[in-house]
Write a protein of this length. Structure first.
Length: 343
């Protein structure tokens, strides 16, 4: 039976929902009792066509520090950029602070609009690291502090327009897929130099998105932690009685992506926007789309994994291959071997 290495997932991951009220600055809190102070923040307006915005503690929170997961923009240069439309100004104990820009639209807290924010703590114990480095355009190895082999890496050039390149162990070291796009896996050694990461370094090739010459780069590294997080892959069955994917915990957040065909980008759900089954409220990291609710999205979040209830190719196409990353709401079994009372 599964057990966990982390009994309280809210110490390392949290989701919060808020309705905008034009207040600035405004402090927002995660639910739970863990006092999570996030190192990585990802926000999205759920009822408006605005960018997914990403901030982190390594680059520093604040004005012009956004990068948009659905765009190739350099840091702070989005058309709805943080300098005029609001930003996350700091992380605090069990939350974060949103601040208005010069525009009255207040992207992070516009009156009457609804938002979601996801936050992660950077620590080896929870399998997450953030690494800033300078690109060289020649293959190079970069040190990390994950203390384990990364299973997923998401990299972005902060200095110039570039794709978000993603490595996973199932895709392999000679390929990449784009977080901000809808294409299939791209085979090239220019991304990660056909070199598998180790417990101390990862290697990048010559691609601008992973190693632009003289450019500031950021990389987000993940590994699975039993009972708390899972990076993996699955094959769809094209059936309303869809594929079941075992994680060993009840997911609080799930991101997945079709890899073998073009036309479908990354999709996400969480347990705050979807508090009960059937789960069907999707957001899309690759574009500005509002929250999408449709029976084609149907899936169940279970005590030990997730199961699709539709044959839509974006999540469960027959014979199609997918990658995913999940974080726990509750472990299925605690570290003492006792079934979690919250499952």
């Amino acid at each position: 039976m599964a057990y966990t290495e982390i009994d309280d997932p809210t110490a390392y991951f949290g989701t919060t929902l808020w309705a905008g009220n034009n207040a600035t600055p405004r402090t927002l809190s995660f639910t739970g009792n863990s006092n999570l102070q996030p190192d990585w923040m990802w926000t999205k307006k759920t009822d408006g066509a605005d960018h997914n915005q990403v901030f982190d503690s390594v680059r520093g929170f604040g004005v012009s520090k956004d990068i948009c997961s659905g765009q190739t923009f350099a840091q702070g240069s989005a058309s709805n950029g943080t300098s005029s439309h609001g930003f996350i100004s700091s992380a605090v104990t069990n939350g974060f602070v949103v601040t208005a820009g010069s525009s009255t639209t207040l992207l992070e807290n516009y009156n009457g609009k609804n938002y979601v924010g996801w936050g992660w703590k950077k620590t080896a114990a929870a399998g997450f690291d953030i690494v800033a480095y300078t690109g060289s355009s020649s293959a190079q190895s970069i040190s990390h502090s994950l203390s384990a082999i990364p299973e997923m890496m998401i990299t972005k050039n902060l200095s110039v327009s570039s794709q978000w390149q993603v490595y996973t162990k199932t895709i392999g070291n000679g390929k990449a897929i784009q977080l901000n796009g809808t294409g299939a896996v791209d085979s090239s050694s220019t991304y990660y130099n056909s070199t598998t990461p180790t417990s101390s370094v990862f290697t990048v090739g010559t691609d601008t998105g992973t190693n632009g010459n003289g450019n500031s780069m950021i990389a987000y590294l993940f590994r699975s932690v039993k009972g708390y997080s899972k990076i993996g892959s699955y094959t769809g069955n094209g059936n309303a009685d869809g594929a079941f994917i075992y994680t060993g915990f009840k997911p609080a957040y799930l991101l997945w992506r079709l890899t073998n065909a073009a036309g479908y980008g990354a999709q996400t759900i969480d347990n705050k926007r979807n508090p009960f089954n059937v789960t069907d409220n999707l957001l899309f990291p690759y574009d500005t789309h509002v929250e999408y609710v449709n029976s084609a999205n149907n899936m169940d979040i279970l005590s030990n994994g997730f199961k699709f209830r539709n044959a839509d190719r974006g999540r469960n196409g027959s014979g199609d291959n997918y990658i995913y990353m999940a974080f726990a709401e509750n472990p299925f079994v605690t570290s003492t071997g006792i079934p979690s009372p919250a499952r």
